[in-house]
Design a binder for this molecule. Structure first.
Ligand code: NAP
Length: 246
């Protein structure tokens, strides 16, 4: 159980982040539900947690903004005094072939997916080091492990997140802070929902298990990495992908 723990999940109003927030709360953590634009959805997540007897609060922050992230972290620490579990989940896609990819689309994806995680870890680092414990979980992707045609920006950001994870894991290992990455395969969320039936079939044929994963598949691993059963695991990238990375 995570009773007495404070968890922060970025991009927790929708999709995988929402499921992670609900799961951590169900297991006793007080959860800060970060969102950028989706206030109504984030408020719904908080209401659902509270209706189940848990504790949560929705707080807006664009994690790609260094200064705004610093203010957000200050606000969280002033109220909660600590964060035990930080889940860097916020992410976007702007897919295109490299020949046609704009500078804006490259920068937007790197700024949210990679710099966003850097901003959070950077601003929470003093607090984590002071408390000499903590769990940092970065949501990467199989695209960062395998690469993916049409996703050079996204794959670069998710591969970068793996480098960030391993380096910070080495920096923090002696302080009792675990830093790991989760690499989901294809998970049924808004991010993957716009596909045609044919594209979906073709995709399923590339997955050894023959089907997409659920948000629960990801949240269950995050719960394990957030709890004491994973205390001796750090710097790892764990794929939850129906066998894509075999
Ligand atoms: P999603 O349904 O599109 O949700 C994305 C979330 O990220 C939203 O809650 C969004 O919040 C938040 N976000 C985006 N930009 C943000 C910013 N600048 N600051 C704060 N929050 C921001 O995506 P998902 O499928 O749940 O994906 C969640 C994570 O899993 C992402 O990192 C994604 O790359 C990764 N992933 C997903 C899949 C998949 O198949 N779905 C596979 C591999 C990895 P707002 O709505 O408030 O803007």
């Amino acid at each position: 159980m995570l009773t007495g723990k404070v968890a922060l999940v970025t991009g927790a109003g929708r999709g995988i982040g929402r499921e992670i927030a609900l799961t951590l709360a169900k297991n006793g953590a007080a959860v800060i539900v970060n969102y950028n634009g989706s206030k109504a959805s984030a408020d719904e997540v908080v209401a659902e947690i509270e209706a189940n007897g848990g504790s949560a609060e929705a707080i807006q922050c664009n994690v790609s903004d260094f200064a705004a992230s610093e203010e957000f972290v200050k606000q969280v620490l002033a109220k909660y005094k600590k964060v035990d579990i930080l889940v860097n989940n916020a992410g976007v896609t702007r897919d295109n072939l490299i020949m046609r990819m704009s500078e804006e689309d490259y920068d937007a994806v790197l700024d949210t997916n990679l710099k966003g995680a850097f901003n959070m870890i950077r601003h929470f680092s003093r607090s984590f080091i002071k408390q000499r414990s903590g769990k940092i979980i970065n949501i990467s992707s199989v695209s960062g492990v395998l690469g993916n045609a049409g996703q050079a920006n996204y794959s670069a950001s998710k591969a970068g997140l793996i480098g960030l994870t391993k380096s910070v894991a080495r920096e923090f290992a002696s302080r009792g802070i675990n830093v790991n990455a989760v690499a989901p395969g294809f998970i049924d969320t808004d991010m993957t929902r716009n596909m045609t039936e044919d594209a979906r079939k073709e995709l399923n044929s590339m997955i050894p298990m023959g089907k997409m994963g659920s948000t629960k598949n990801i949240a269950d691993l995050v719960l394990f990495l957030a709890g004491e059963n994973s205390d001796y695991i750090t710097g790892q990238v764990i794929c939850v992908d129906g066998g894509m990375c075999i």
